[in-house]
Design a protein around this ligand. Structure first.
Ligand SMILES: C[S@@+](CC[C@H](N)C(=O)[O-])C[C@H]1O[C@@H](n2cnc3c(N)ncnc32)[C@H](O)[C@@H]1O
Length: 218
C-alpha cells in the first residue's frame, strides 16, 4: 500500500473507492487488527445491546461482534459505497436476519434515531472529521444517556512523518483529543496506549503506537 502515490493513498484511506479501494480495505484488515483487539478489550460486551461502528472499512470484522455478544445488534455507517457493498457481501445472513444494518452515509448526518445506541465505535476515522464537532454532536445525539464512545487512532507524533498523512488527515496528540471531546460535551473515561513493533512490507521492523479513548456524554 505504501508504494502508492501518497496523495492517492491518503484519498483512499479517507474514502476507499473503486478496485483500489477494495485492495486498501483488505490491507486495512491486517494493519489495524491490533487496534481492533485493543478497542474490543475495553468494552464490556455483556452490557451492550446496540453498537454502532462508524467507518468500518470493508467490514470483514463486523461478524466478530456476535462472537463477543450473540444477542447484539450492529449498525455500520460508512460513506464509501464500495465499503458498504463489501460489508453486506461478507455477511449476507446477518443482514438478512436484521442483526447487522449497513448504511452508506456520512457520520455528520446518520440515519439513526436519537438515543438508540449503547456504544459508538470509530477506529481510524477521527482524522477525516472536518470540522470534528459536527460528527461528535451527531454521535452524542444517537447515544443512549449512559452510552459510550470509543475512538481508536494513531497520535500525530507517531504518524506525521508518513507522507500520506500530509493531506486529508487532521492529526491529534492525546491531550488535544481530550480537549476537543471536553469542548464537545464528552467526559473522558479512559485513554489507553499500546506500543508494539511489527514488520513493514519491506521486511524492516517499525514501531506502532495505537491509542483508544473511551468517553461518554457529560
Ligand atoms: C482509514 S479507514 C479505517 C477503516 C477501519 N476502521 C480500520 O481501522 O481499519 C476510514 C474509513 O472511514 C470511512 N469514512 C471516513 N470519513 C467518513 C465519514 N465522514 N462518514 C462515514 N464514513 C467515513 C471511510 O470510507 C473508510 O472506510
Amino acid at each position: 500500500m505504501h508504494d502508492l502515490d501518497p496523495i492517492e493513498l491518503s484519498r483512499q484511506l479517507k474514502k476507499p473507492t473503486g478496485k483500489l479501494g477494495n485492495q486498501v480495505g483488505k490491507k486495512l484488515n491486517e494493519s489495524n487488527r491490533e487496534l481492533y483487539k485493543q478497542a474490543w478489550e475495553m468494552v464490556d460486551f455483556s452490557s451492550v445491546q446496540q453498537i454502532l461502528e462508524i467507518g468500518f472499512g470493508n467490514g470483514k470484522h463486523l461478524s466478530q461482534y456476535f462472537e463477543l455478544n450473540p444477542d447484539i445488534t450492529v449498525t455500520g455507517i460508512d460513506f464509501s459505497g464500495e465499503m458498504c457493498k463489501e460489508a453486506r457481501d461478507f455477511h449476507p445472513e446477518l443482514v438478512e436476519e436484521a442483526k447487522l444494518h449497513i448504511h452508506c452515509a456520512d457520520s455528520s448526518s446518520m440515519p439513526v434515531i436519537d438515543h438508540s445506541h449503547d456504544f459508538v465505535i470509530g477506529l481510524n476515522i477521527l482524522y477525516f472529521w472536518d470540522p470534528p464537532g459536527l460528527h461528535l454532536k451527531e454521535i452524542a445525539r444517537v447515544l443512549k444517556p449512559q452510552g459510550k464512545l470509543l475512538l481508536g487512532y494513531r497520535p500525530r507524533q507517531a504518524v506525521e512523518h508518513l507522507a500520506f498523512t500530509k493531506q486529508n488527515f487532521i492529526l491529534y496528540e492525546p491531550e488535544e483529543l481530550e480537549d476537543l471531546l471536553s469542548n464537545c460535551g464528552f467526559s473522558i473515561i479512559s485513554h489507553q496506549q499500546n506500543r508494539y513493533a511489527k514488520q513493514a512490507a519491506d521486511g524492516t521492523e517499525v514501531e506502532v503506537t495505537d491509542i483508544c479513548l473511551m468517553a461518554e456524554p457529560a
